[in-house]
Write a protein that binds this ligand. Structure first.
Ligand code: VG1
Ligand code: CO
Length: 547
């Protein structure tokens, strides 16, 4: 067995986006494409002699062969040990958990998360640092710059490693330790939540459906919900990870988890519904006839956090991404703790958690998490809700409505325009930027005077810990009553551009808490369209997805 230095040429466009490098599988299958990116990671990390890395993915098509490539390259770069999930499977929060628990140097996550999988679908790769979280921009930019000048990569020609049997094998000078994909993660969850109370809930006949969307969460949900917590078999549906996610679009929102929503709205609805995404870091919480918006979920978890044993001492602070609704801010204010506003993407929460400034973090895109790991965590959020339900004896519906009655309701929606012509999308954003100085103080909306703009700017974030600055993080138009419209281009798509329009309106009066969301936001929707000229510029008459 020999370590080879293979000549290569750089590929354009290997710049990581919101969450790593995501491209079509066919792009990743080009000879040298994956190898170049992995070589760039290793060159950026420097001397790895004696170090341990963690490696795993969401099981999508190309996962297994990518794992073999990465193992053979790690061995060629002097890595001492790699912990790899059995069958190449590790959810994103599990990678984070394993890195932290085993004191690894870092880890590589293979996933395109909620993007569809299969030979014609998407694939992705990202590097996580020693705190278990996504690499900060300083590192991802260094990786990108390495990809631009690469002339060779190093790889071992040893035969493939057996990924299916738990145990340790040798690859060149490196140990490959195949670990149980679920065990470390399950143990962590057990320490955070009142498993006895949740077990008692199921023992009383509490009914639940967890939709694994044929992605990575299934084995975790089965082991924890049906195994440790005694939920009846069949509680977890679509629980086998499939290479193409069974044709599902593994994004846990009411549109893509339509089957679960139909069940929860039907006559035989269980008491509690939940779903997770491709790599297990997103979650959707559903009650009978109600899907909880992710922004509300963060706020409700924060308001009830001390009911979970792992958070009984209280939470230190909350962070949310800028487009996420301000529902959590109201809870933070009531609790007398800080609330931070960060750019979109989990990598911006890491410093705040490491510095002990926040405990809970959340994004409007069905992502919630805490400082137990450094990724958002789907099943963690589901267990948190189950803990709250078990401790209070209340339904999801009651919890949400009582929260609104106490704090007011933040009507919230995101409109996505997918696979838009990239030039048109850029032109739209540039025109919006140019318009910003003229908007402040303007009256906008039908009949004018419905809304007055108090702030119109482009979000810039200065990290309070390391003072790094992230610019161009979304154009926002904030009205004088706190209502907001935010425009952003997605950094995870693989086709053209995706325009995201985020809409939020606050309503304090409980008498007005039962409006249909799109109806409640209709004036803001009309303003967003006229200010951005989205329809004329993109030719799109309506969003591809409304969540
Ligand atoms: C999207 C979401 C963002 C999330 C990111 C990764 O990014 O909006 O909130 O952090 O996906 O989530 P973008 O740039 O497309 O808006 V995941 O579950 O795909 O790792
Ligand atoms: Co995900």
């Amino acid at each position: 067995m020999t370590i080879h230095t293979v000549a290569t040429t750089p590929f354009a466009g290997q710049r990581p986006g919101t969450s790593g490098l995501r491209k079509k599988v066919t792009e990743f299958q080009q000879p040298g494409y994956l190898e170049n990116f992995v070589e760039a990671i290793f060159l950026t990390l420097g001397d790895l002699t004696g170090q341990t890395l963690v490696l795993g993915g969401d099981g999508r098509y190309f996962n297994r062969s990518a794992i073999q490539t990465i193992l053979h390259m790690a061995a060629a770069h002097g890595v001492a040990r790699v912990l790899v999930g059995q069958g190449g499977i590790l959810s994103t929060p599990a990678v984070s958990c394993v890195i932290r628990k085993h004191g690894a140097f870092g880890g590589i996550v293979l996933s395109a998360s909620h993007n569809p999988g299969g030979p014609d679908g998407d694939f992705g790769i990202k590097y996580n640092i020693g705190n278990g979280g996504p690499a900060p921009e300083k590192i991802t930019e260094a990786v990108y710059s390495q990809t631009q000048g690469l002339l060779s990569y190093r790889i071992s020609d040893a035969p493939p490693v057996n990924l299916d049997t738990i145990g340790t094998t040798q690859l060149e000078g490196m140990q490959v330790e195949v670990i149980d994909s679920v065990a470390d993660y399950a143990e962590l969850m057990k320490g955070l939540f009142d498993f006895d109370a949740i077990r008692a809930l199921f023992a009383r006949g509490f009914t639940m459906r967890f939709d694994g969307m044929s992605a990575v969460s299934g084995p975790y949900a089965k082991a924890i919900l049906e195994g440790m917590l005694g939920a009846p078999a069949g509680t977890v549906i679509n629980g086998e990870p499939l290479e193409d996610f069974g044709g599902h679009h593994p994004d846990p929102n009411p549109v893509n988890a339509a089957e679960l929503i139909a069940l929860m709205n039907g006559p035989d609805a269980p008491e509690f519904g939940a779903a997770s995404d491709g790599d297990g870091d997103r979650n959707m919480i559903v009650g009978r006839g109600i899907a909880v918006t992710p922004s509300d979920s963060l706020a409700i978890i924060a308001a009830n956090a001390t009911l979970a044993p792992g958070y009984a001492a209280g939470i230190k602070g909350i962070a949310r991404s800028m487009p996420t609704s301000t529902a959590a801010d109201r809870v933070a204010q009531a609790l007398g703790i800080a609330c931070f506003e960060t750019p979109t993407g989990w990598k911006y929460f890491g410093n705040l958690m490491d510095a002990g400034m926040v405990t809970l973090c959340g994004e409007e895109s069905y992502g919630t998490g805490s400082d137990h790991v450094r990724e958002k965590d789907g099943l963690w959020a589901v267990l948190f809700w189950l803990n709250i339900v078990a401790a209070t004896g209340k339904t999801v519906n009651q919890l949400v409505n009582e929260h609104w009655a106490r704090f007011g309701r933040n009507y919230y929606s995101r409109h996505d325009y997918e696979a838009v012509d990239a030039t048109a999308a850029d032109a739209m954003m540039n025109a919006l930027r140019d318009k910003l100085p003229t908007l402040e103080g303007e009256a906008l909306g039908e009949g004018m005077g419905n809304y007055r703009v108090s702030v119109a700017d482009e979000f810039v974030y200065t990290d309070p810990v390391d003072h790094s600055v992230a610019t161009q993080q979304g154009v926002r138009i904030i009205m004088d009553d706190g209502s907001r419209i935010v425009f952003r281009l997605s950094g995870t798509g693989t086709e053209g551009a995706t325009i995201r329009v985020y809409l939020e309106r606050y309503e304090a009066d409980p008498a007005h808490h039962n409006l249909e969301t799109q109806e409640a936001l209709s004036k803001l929707i009309a303003i967003a369209d006229s200010v951005s000229e989205l329809r004329q510029r993109t030719g799109r008459q309506q969003p591809s997805v409304i969540t």
